[in-house]
Ligand binder design. Structure first.
Ligand code: AP5
Length: 215
């Protein structure tokens, strides 16, 4: 099964993609996580993406498409994948569809996770992550057992630079201009489901599982 999770920054795409990948035994491919790993490893791609990501605007379609298609074509994605943060423009969605069709594959379902802008701002400004384990927390909604320390690695938790309030505002604007048109794109293709992302994480996971289950 090949899935896409859509939604504004902070909708919970990453949180949900981890659960959905486990539940359907498919691989989780997050364009943001892959870019952050490139930055950590100081690759050419990572160095180029750094300033762009910190400003809350988009990395170019060609760069993202090459990076994501490389991951989609790997053996661990052969049984299926859940995409998080990609595609993010209509050009990315069209080229993804073309590329999958050449391999006799397609996107089976796209889940649009809906959350209000107030909730998005609360979620992003309270988000913490661990650079070692990759786990994400929230100071109020999903706190670690010891404040500021990762439950898994024991390392201090960090804040993403692009979770600063003025960058969050830019990311929301970028989302509305470049990514929201994908809702119509996938609705026209008959693969869109809409899920309310405002509830507790487990109830949102259950709603996504139901929406994606083959009929
Ligand atoms: P990316 O990392 O993809 O950022 P994003 O889409 O803005 O999404 P986030 O990771 O911020 O949020 P999320 O929806 O995953 O929420 P999360 O689960 O963490 O992209 C970063 C940058 O990379 C972009 O700005 C761009 O520059 C570049 N980029 C990436 N992909 C690209 C592409 N395709 N094309 C071009 N450029 C690209 O949850 C957020 C917080 O809320 C957490 O603290 C979590 O604990 C909490 N939370 C989650 N669910 C709930 C809930 N139900 N209730 C309460 N709290 C919750």
């Amino acid at each position: 099964m090949n899935l896409v999770l859509l939604g504004p920054p902070g909708a919970g795409k990453g949180t949900q993609a981890v659960q959905i990948a486990q539940s359907f035994e498919i691989v989780h491919l997050s364009s943001g996580d892959i870019l952050r790993a490139e930055r950590k490893n100081k690759t050419d791609l990572g160095n180029k993406a750094q300033g762009i990501m910190d400003r809350g605007v988009l990395v170019s379609d060609n760069v993202i498409l090459a990076m994501m298609m490389d991951h989609i074509d790997r053996p661990d994605a052969a049984a299926g994948f859940v995409l998080d943060g990609f595609p993010r423009t209509v050009v990315q969605a069209e080229r993804l569809d073309e590329s999958l069709a050449e391999k006799g594959k397609k996107i089976n379902a796209v889940v649009n996770i809906q959350v209000s802008e107030d909730d998005v701002v609360k979620r992003l400004t309270g988000r913490l992550y661990c650079a070692k384990s990759g786990r994400t927390y929230h100071v109020d909604f999903s706190p670690p057992k010891s404040p500021g320390i990762c439950d898994e690695s024991g390392e201090p938790l960090l804040r993403r630079k692009d979770d600063e309030p003025d960058v969050v505002r830019q990311r929301l604007l970028t989302y509305r201009q470049a990514t929201e048109p994908l809702v119509g794109y996938y609705r026209e293709r008959g693969v869109l489901c809409v899920v309310d992302g405002s509830g507790a994480p487990d109830s949102v996971t259950e709603a996504i599982r139901k929406a994606c289950r083959p009929q």
